[in-house]
Write a protein that binds this ligand. Structure first.
Ligand code: SF4
Ligand code: FES
Length: 313
């Protein structure tokens, strides 16, 4: 009997039991029908112990199984030589910084940070630079690469013209300590000065509420990782080391426009200084340099406007 014929017989039995009104007969018929269905389904889907059309069955019947589709050959990425020229300075040996050439084998998807590691680990262990996360989060490896401030861990080799050398030097405007390391203290002094923490009085019952729109007002400036790429790309900061600089203003913005904060005016007064926001000449270097894509110049303009017209949340 075929599967279909068997199913029809089973369903007839079930209907017959239903007509008789005998509950025991109905239950038996239903159980039988279910078992028959399951067996039929297993047979047609090939999930039985000896599935129809399996490789084992084909082997029993001396049938050649179909060959697997040939995989496309994947070309392995090739490394190539890159010349990296680093501005070195050792205060114990050098009177002046000097440029030193290094040839390194690099893959296109590697970063300038990888090139520096390769130089340090394979050629000259005395090379000094900062890095921590290696993934654009900690902000410790800002440096000047081909004249532009970038994070070395985010600068891919394939984005440079590697037929020419890649120049790497320390960020400008902060005291040079060694090779690619600068003294960050003046930068953090300005940051601390603008009081970068929430100041709110009163104890809320549960939490301090904020609408989505109020949170969005300062969302952009919450992304700062304090890498100093903006401040050290600013020509005003290069010539006037006392200027607060874009990063301090960005972090002031983050709290000035926070609806929960009560010290906005204190920060505006701090920045309404001859070394404050009015030093900004709107060159946009800071916005170009920011690895987090923060609209730095816009944030500075908003702080200037808040000084003139009051904070609009
Ligand atoms: S604003 Fe951007 S460039 Fe400036 S310190 Fe913050 S993350 Fe770095
Ligand atoms: S090493 Fe952390 S941002 Fe580059």
């Amino acid at each position: 009997m075929s599967d279909d014929e068997k199913k029809n017989e089973d369903s007839k039995g079930f209907e017959g039991a239903a007509e008789t009104g005998d509950p025991t007969a109905q239950a038996d018929a239903a159980a039988e029908a279910t078992t028959a269905d399951a067996q039929s389904a297993m047979s047609s889907s090939g999930t039985s112990a000896e599935p129809a059309g399996s490789a084992a069955e084909a082997a029993d019947r001396d049938v050649e199984p179909a060959p697997a589709a040939a995989a496309e050959p994947v070309e392995a990425p090739q490394s190539f030589p890159v010349t990296v020229i680093v501005r070195r300075y050792d205060p114990e040996v050098d009177d002046e910084p000097r440029w030193v050439d290094y040839d390194v084998q690099m893959y296109p998807t590697e970063r300038i940070l990888d090139a520096l590691h390769r130089i340090k680990w394979e050629q000259d262990p005395s090379l000094a630079f900062r890095r921590s996360c290696a993934h654009g989060v900690c902000g410790s490896d800002a440096m000047r690469i081909n004249g532009k401030n970038r994070l070395a861990c985010k600068a891919l080799v394939k984005d440079f013209d590697t037929s020419k050398p890649i120049y790497v030097e320390a960020i400008k405007g902060l005291p040079l300590e060694k090779d690619l390391i600068v003294n960050m203290e003046p930068f953090f002094d300005s940051f601390r000065e603008i009081q970068p923490f929430l100041q709110a009085t009163g104890k809320p019952e549960k939490e301090r509420h904020q609408t989505i729109a109020q949170r969005e007002r300062f969302d952009d400036t919450t992304k700062c990782i304090l890498c100093a790429a903006c401040t050290t790309s600013c020509p005003v900061f290069w010539t006037d080391g006392q200027y607060f600089g874009p990063a301090a203003i960005v972090n002031a913005h983050r709290f000035i426009f926070d609806s929960r904060d009560e010290a906005s005016q204190v920060r505006l007064d701090i920045l309404n200084d001859q070394e404050g926001v009015w030093r900004c000449r709107t060159t946009f270097n800071c916005t170009d340099a920011c690895p987090r894509g923060i609209q730095v110049t816009k944030a500075i303009a908003e702080v200037k406007q808040a000084m003139m017209t009051g904070v609009k949340l």
